[in-house]
Design a protein around this ligand. Structure first.
Ligand SMILES: Nc1nc2c(ncn2[C@@H]2O[C@H](COP(=O)(O)OP(=O)(O)OP(=O)(O)O)[C@@H](O)[C@H]2O)c(=O)[nH]1
Ligand SMILES: [Mg+2]
Length: 295
């Protein structure tokens, strides 16, 4: 995970020399390039390379590798910390706490819901799933399989039925049984699919979720940013889940998503199994991007 990020930043300095004299603009340029190649968006890469340049200027051109990594690490941390602080989903302010999931097809919505259900259940919460992807063939069977696998209830209707009424039934079910969470699966959409956008808006109107999470797939790199902006404009969401981080070598995508979308990352997906989910922790992420500077 993230090996490309570490390699690219490491290669700014020649392998023999961990202390070099740089011209101000030369270091900034190399930092900028290494970050952009690691999937950091141009806006963030510019900001971080400016900070590095200022440091080099102050220190008379001389900089060590560990100083540079520590400057970049601090800048990345400030980007992650600038995002609004997340609600603690594990201590929900109301019952049932209703979470709706959005995202394009194949991004990992249904799998994330199964993982999260298993996680919440292991902490003693009672969870019901809403099979509100009534659009894709096999979607209801897929979530039914997961609900058996992880041992939580599922509310389902026929394929093609109204997804918002499934969500409504799931919430009613949870209220009657004083359950803790309702997790609403939805149909993935290709970008610009107007019907599915209208469907998502309707589910949101009817179910009034306490939290809407957008699922973004790390495998698609910078396109995730375009998807994020388009979901922001079309439907709106409160936070992010980044899936398939186990396949992400470049590592910088998460920084760009936080910076550009200004939404907190709640969970990350690190594999295909039910247990491959983690609450996002910026220190965990920073330690993986900058292992040397933690020594
Ligand atoms: N490696 C890896 N694969 C994942 C992760 N999360 C999901 N997947 C895989 O991604 C594929 C698509 O996942 P789904 O959960 O079906 O995606 P979806 O968003 O529900 O897709 P639609 O129902 O078509 O909209 C599956 O093969 C999952 O196993 C992850 O964190 N890591
Ligand atoms: Mg799905």
């Amino acid at each position: 995970m993230f090996e490309g990020f570490r390699k690219r930043l490491g290669s700014i300095f020649s392998s023999r020399n961990r202390e070099e004299v740089f011209k101000k603009s030369e270091l900034g340029e190399r930092v900028f390039e290494a970050l952009v190649e690691s999937d950091v968006s141009i806006g963030v890469a510019e900001r971080i390379s400016d900070i590095s340049e200022k440091f080099v200027e102050k220190s008379g051109g001389k900089i060590t590798q560990s100083q540079m990594l520590s400057i970049i690490r601090r800048s990345v941390k400030s980007v992650l910390d600038s995002v609004e602080s997340p609600v603690d989903i594990l201590k929900p302010p109301k019952k049932p706490y209703v979470i709706m999931f959005l995202g394009v097809n194949g991004g990992g919505k249904t799998t994330t819901i199964a993982k999260l259900a298993a996680y919440l259940r292991s902490r003693g919460s009672r969870v019901v799933l809403s099979a509100s992807d009534t659009f894709r063939a096999g979607a209801i069977e897929q979530i039914a399989h997961w609900s058996n696998e992880v041992g939580v209830e599922l509310i389902r209707h026929e394929k093609g039925s109204d997804p918002s009424s499934v969500a409504y039934d799931a919430i009613t079910h949870a209220v009657a049984r004083k359950m803790d969470y309702v997790l609403i699966d939805t149909a993935g959409r290709m970008q610009n699919n107007k019907n599915l956008v209208e469907e998502m808006k309707k589910i949101k109107r009817v179910a009034k979720p306490d939290m809407t999470l957008l699922i973004l797939d790390a495998m698609i790199g910078q396109d995730a940013l375009i998807q994020g902006k388009s979901f922001m404009d079309d439907v709106g969401f409160d936070g992010l889940v980044i899936t398939k981080l186990d396949t992400d070598a470049k590592g910088g995508l998460l920084i760009s998503l936080c910076y550009e979308l200004k939404k907190p990352v709640y969970f990350i997906g690190t594999g295909q199994r039910a247990e491959d989910i983690m609450e996002f922790d910026s220190n965990w992420y920073l330690e993986r991007l900058f292992p040397e500077s933690f020594n």
